[in-house]
Design a protein. Structure first.
Length: 299
């Protein structure tokens, strides 16, 4: 029987290639269920994730001019580029060219995060290494924040194909299920969250489902995790409740809250790990509980 696959070709643009590496690096087995016995998942998560970031940076430079992704620009040649027979720009030159030629402004924290991942990748790729899984998670979470910042600042929706936009959206939704990323974003935005808790309103987000939508008087509401925005906190709460109706598989309990409002307990099967959320229509989210075979087991 002839193999129909033999005649098929795989063609990926530089940006698509980078996004695929990122998604492979964020596979759920490594990011959400990694343990000591699964350390190989983390090794390849780091290798793939850094490769994805480097390709995204090169794609941005390529958009200035193809010759810039050669380490030695004087040796730039279209035939060598198309055949792959060339020395690609190294990391330090890549960052320097993005800053000086493309006028890219990196946040100091983002640049440090990418460089930390690069150094760890180099140890894995070229030498021996020893690292705790918790440290791997933290390094990837910081680099993930850096690459999403880079995408937000450098790629307009009109510049993306439908597939590229879908890949980026997939990366974002994976990020919302990555606990270390969420924790890191909350640390970065701890000042504004504290201020909103004292002088404004903090509401749950209909996109990432974290209680991180900050609202101040006469200002738009904005989620510090996923950048969701609305005109005010009432709209944010309304859209969050609508997202519950649209996305949850089952409302488990409907009862009265201690404040007198209507309270529901539900879970969203798309969230990892799955938890039951108790939400009051009057006073907001009450608590999260781990989902078990017995339905509820308080943390």
């Amino acid at each position: 029987m002839p193999n129909n696959m033999s005649s098929e070709k795989v063609e990926l643009k530089l940006l698509d290639n980078g996004l695929h590496f990122l998604i492979i690096g964020m596979n759920s087995e490594s990011l959400n269920f990694g343990a000591k016995k699964d350390f190989l998942y983390w090794k390849y998560a780091i290798l793939n994730f850094y490769s994805g970031i480097e390709l995204l940076l090169k794609d941005r430079l390529l958009r200035e001019h193809w010759a810039l992704i050669f380490e030695n620009i004087e040796n730039a040649n279209v035939q060598k580029l198309q055949s792959g027979d060339f020395l690609s720009v190294n990391y330090n030159s890549l960052i320097t060219r993005l800053k000086n030629i493309s006028k890219i402004k990196f946040k100091d924290v983002d640049e440090r995060s990418i460089d930390e991942l690069r150094k760890l990748r180099n140890k894995i790729q070229h030498y021996e290494f020893s690292l705790a899984i918790t440290e791997c998670k933290t390094i990837i979470a910081k680099a993930l924040n850096a690459v999403l910042d880079f995408i937000d600042l450098n790629y307009k929706k009109t510049q993306l194909t439908t597939q590229q936009a879908e890949l980026i959206q997939s990366i974002r939704y994976n990020a919302y299920n990555f606990a270390e990323y969420i924790d890191y974003k909350k640390i970065l935005n701890s000042e504004i969250l504290t201020k909103a808790n004292k002088n404004g309103v903090v509401s749950p987000c209909p996109i990432c489902e974290e209680t991180t939508v900050v609202s101040f008087k006469n200002k738009k509401s904005r989620c510090v995790i996923c950048n969701y925005s609305s005109a005010n906190d009432e709209i944010a709460k309304s859209e969050y409740l609508q997202s519950i109706i649209n996305r949850v598989e089952k409302i488990l309990v409907e009862e009265k809250c201690s404040c007198g409002g209507n309270l529901i307990k539900y879970y969203n099967p798309m969230k990892i790990p799955q938890k039951i959320i108790a939400y009051c229509f009057k006073c907001g989210e009450k608590e999260s509980m781990r989902l078990t075979n017995e339905f509820i087991e308080k943390k």
